[in-house]
Design a binder for this molecule. Sequence first.
Ligand SMILES: C[S@@+](CC[C@H](N)C(=O)[O-])C[C@H]1O[C@@H](n2cnc3c(N)ncnc32)[C@H](O)[C@@H]1O
Length: 279
Amino acid sequence: MGRRRGPYYLDIEKLDIERAETAMQWDPSQYARFADHRSRPFFDLVARVGADAPRQVVDLGCGSGELTATLAERWPSAHVRGIDASAEMIAAAPAGDFSVGSAQDFDATGVDVLVSNAMLQWVPDHEPIVARWCRQLDPGGWLALQVPDNFEAPSHALMRTLAESPAWSARLGTVLRDARNRVAPEAYLALLLDGGFDADVWQTDYLHLLTGEDPVLEWVRGTGLRPVLAALSAADGAAFEETYAAMLREAYPRTAHGTVLPFRRTFVVGRKAGRGPAA
Ligand SMILES: C[S@@+](CC[C@H](N)C(=O)[O-])C[C@H]1O[C@@H](n2cnc3c(N)ncnc32)[C@H](O)[C@@H]1O
């Protein structure tokens, strides 16, 4: 069976789920290296959720759950669940209701606030999934999504250029995310409006000031580079990283203050029209 596009498993049959998860493991400690920078969009996202006393709150693609725990602090009377496709991430979660599960299988029926931060970019062709959540949420329910919109950023464009070069294409030609993982902000807006939501969609360009050696490489090691590293032996992964790091140094030069990583993100928040407990 040939390798398919996309590191995760929306586009592969159920039978392949276990194989895909094994191949593309997450490393909670590597992901946490830039925790301050990575958590900022989560707080910017949930700040726009106006629910006062939701009963059922879900953080879908919750990672290792530290941010999910802040939802329980905000809404102490709610039942807060964290769900993530990665067993490694769930194993690192704090005490609480955390479980392994997928966005594709998730049913939003009965949920008052559904949060998904920095997850859907891993799910190709995810518009129908978001549309389904919009239908399943009750009147008064809230949906809050955030996805990076950095497909064309040098960090990702250079990774693709190198992966598709003659030296690597046989092994890496199809492992990286493609345009099917990106949904335009206007399309999210239409999805929510069509679903009967009051919608609030915006983009923010963060300028992350990073320190240390090759900080952009370190950043993508925790996320976007994982499919590449999963597809290569340790030695080949190191060789790929060496070339890629040199390209990144040129694209993101170190300054006297550190290395600036510009990072655009799309935010999508909406409340389904009608009365409900989450109003
Ligand atoms: C970049 S991390 C974000 C984690 C957390 N939401 C945060 O903001 O720190 C992406 C997470 O999405 C999860 N993920 C990827 N594809 C998924 C899917 N199809 N269903 C559920 N979770 C998924 C990964 O396992 C990973 O933990």
